[in-house]
Design a protein around this ligand. Structure first.
Ligand code: CIR
Length: 255
């Protein structure tokens, strides 16, 4: 099966993104659009067929498409994002996915952001965060467990999403920052610790060819991952980082 990545271009209202602190200077939609195009090119070089979901200029955060849908095996769960301003993002994404996957829906009061969902082979770890609640985690379990996958709820308190501070290099190896969650959650997996002050340094994308895409502003992560024997590519996503997003947030990947 061809590996596919769904992306959504940058909204002209990008400067209105939800952020924990007001960005100074304000967010720059043109710079974000340039970086987004480079990100897409990096995904394509890494073996993904990229499918673009139509841009919506009214939805500031919509380029963070990962939060709107969770792929579990052959099924897709259309989320109900935790931040109310982001709930309208899902319909266009659902329309783009529906011809390829059976879609499942999340109902109120469940909330899920895809950034909280970390898949490691048949193990799925889901952050219980400000954006994802217990009902949302149960909705994922309802789809995943019949497929033989396990779902583990992970308390997340110091970062936006679980994957704001942990991500997969392969099905058995993780990059992890101490602010993401307790390390013991991943007993049985190989855990590489990313040190430093920025948990997003542990957010990387697995490319379809087995390589790893790392944010250009985290050279220490690139060195760590290269030292582990992975081929590393880098791309500049600094403008998205200022909007509290990382590399994984910008695509929904199906390998
Ligand atoms: C938000 O606060 O929802 C966006 N500004 C950033 C979302 C980042 N998404 C992700 O980590 N999956």
């Amino acid at each position: 099966m061809t590996a596919v990545a769904f992306v959504r271009g940058v909204s002209s209202s990008f400067e209105q993104c939800v952020t924990a602190r007001p960005p100074d200077p304000p967010l720059n939609p043109e710079l974000a659009a340039t970086q987004h195009a480079q990100y897409v090119a990096a995904l394509e070089r890494g073996g993904y067929q990229v499918i673009a979901v139509p841009v919506d200029d009214d939805l500031a955060d919509s380029s963070f498409i990962e939060d709107t849908a969770v792929v579990v095996g052959t099924r897709v769960l259309i989320t109900r994002p935790g931040h109310p301003s982001r709930r309208h993002e899902v319909e266009t994404v659902a329309a783009a996915l529906t011809s390829r996957f059976p879609l499942h829906r999340v109902r109120r009061p469940a909330m899920i952001d895809g950034g909280d969902v970390l898949k490691m082979g048949s193990s799925i770890f889901v952050g219980r965060s400000d954006r994802t609640n217990e009902e949302g985690i149960l909705a994922i379990a309802a789809i995943a467990e019949p497929l033989g996958m396990s779902v583990t709820s992970v308390p997340v308190a110091r970062v936006l999403h679980l994957k704001s501070g942990v991500s997969a290099l392969d099905d058995g190896t993780l990059l992890w920052h101490r602010d993401a969650c307790e390390r013991e959650v991943f007993d049985g997996f190989e855990v590489l610790e990313v040190v430093g002050d920025d948990p997003e340094a542990a957010n990387v994308v697995r490319l379809a060819d087995g390589g790893i895409l790392v944010a250009e502003h985290h050279p220490e992560t690139a060195a760590l991952v290269t030292g582990k024997g992975f081929t590393v590519a880098t791309t500049d996503v600094s403008e998205f980082a200022r909007a509290d997003g990382g590399l994984t947030c910008l695509s929904i990947r199906v390998r």
